[in-house]
Design a protein around this ligand. Structure first.
Ligand code: SAM
Length: 238
């Protein structure tokens, strides 16, 4: 089974630079993961949950819209590589965003969701949901920001991978309207391959080139932030 890029499906679930940036921030906060409950929205292969499990979280819940991702995450979280956190409670649910966990709260919420500003492109064998965030890139990001507060325990926190070129200020304002503080805790540069540049909504590219998107000779890179969110009144040090 191959995807749009001709890669085997399992290869399509490989962690990206975005995944790594979120994992790095989890490592910074590993002391707060001991015995924590963690929700990963758009869990893909489940790697962020595996990282949280390795760092001491004892309840791991993943949600993904794509059945192949759900299978892959179940496999990863129960396979030999997960032996060190075999005792953790694990569940991987199929559905959209917070729907499968309605009414539930968690200590930590993670999200590395599709938020690339482009229309859906057909992706063979898989849903067209791997990358596309709609014209402005915010199709999934905005409902996630709106839903986080209700799904965090008091003192809980969230980490979100966030393309800078879709508007960090808009996210901060939206978070504040929900009673959340959103703080950039890391910024990395990721290469933007020509194929993705061609897909990007033209207005976003025009607006952001030289700001959060940088061209060096024939290559283009984009800034990606990791956002830390918590309730404004929260006393957590995480
Ligand atoms: C870029 S991948 C990231 C996977 C993984 N979190 C990681 O960091 O490697 C985004 C994931 O979000 C999932 N996704 C897309 N739309 C979704 C939705 N509405 N609800 C839940 N998951 C969704 C995709 O199927 C995909 O597995």
């Amino acid at each position: 089974m191959t995807n749009h890029d001709g890669l085997p499906v399992a290869a399509a679930f490989r962690p990206s630079a975005y995944t790594a940036a979120v994992l790095r921030q989890l490592l910074e906060r590993r002391v707060f993961l001991k015995d924590a409950s963690v929700l990963d929205i758009g869990c893909g292969c489940g790697i962020l949950l595996a990282g949280a499990g390795e760092m001491g979280a004892t309840s791991l819940c993943g949600v993904d819209i794509e059945p192949a991702a759900v299978n892959e995450a179940r496999r990863l979280l129960t396979g030999p590589g997960a032996a060190r956190f075999a005792g953790a409670h694990k569940e991987v649910l199929q559905g959209s965003l917070f729907e499968p966990v309605a009414g539930r709260t968690f200590d930590v919420i993670l999200a590395n969701l599709p938020h690339f500003p482009m229309d859906h492109v057909p992706i063979e064998e898989r849903l067209a949901t791997w990358s596309s965030g709609g014209d402005d890139g915010r199709r999934l990001l905005d409902p996630v920001i709106d839903g986080i507060g209700a799904h965090l325990v008091p003192g809980g926190w969230a980490l979100i991978a966030h393309n800078a070129f879709i508007g960090l200020d808009a996210t901060r304002e939206r978070a504040a309207a929900q009673g959340l503080e959103a703080r950039v805790v890391d910024t990395i540069l990721v290469p933007l391959e020509p194929r993705k540049l061609a897909w990007m909504t033209a207005e976003v590219l025009e607006r952001e080139i030289g700001r959060t998107i940088h061209r060096f000779a024939d290559h283009v890179f984009a800034e990606v932030a990791v956002l830390h969110l918590r309730h404004l009144a929260s006393g957590t040090a995480a």
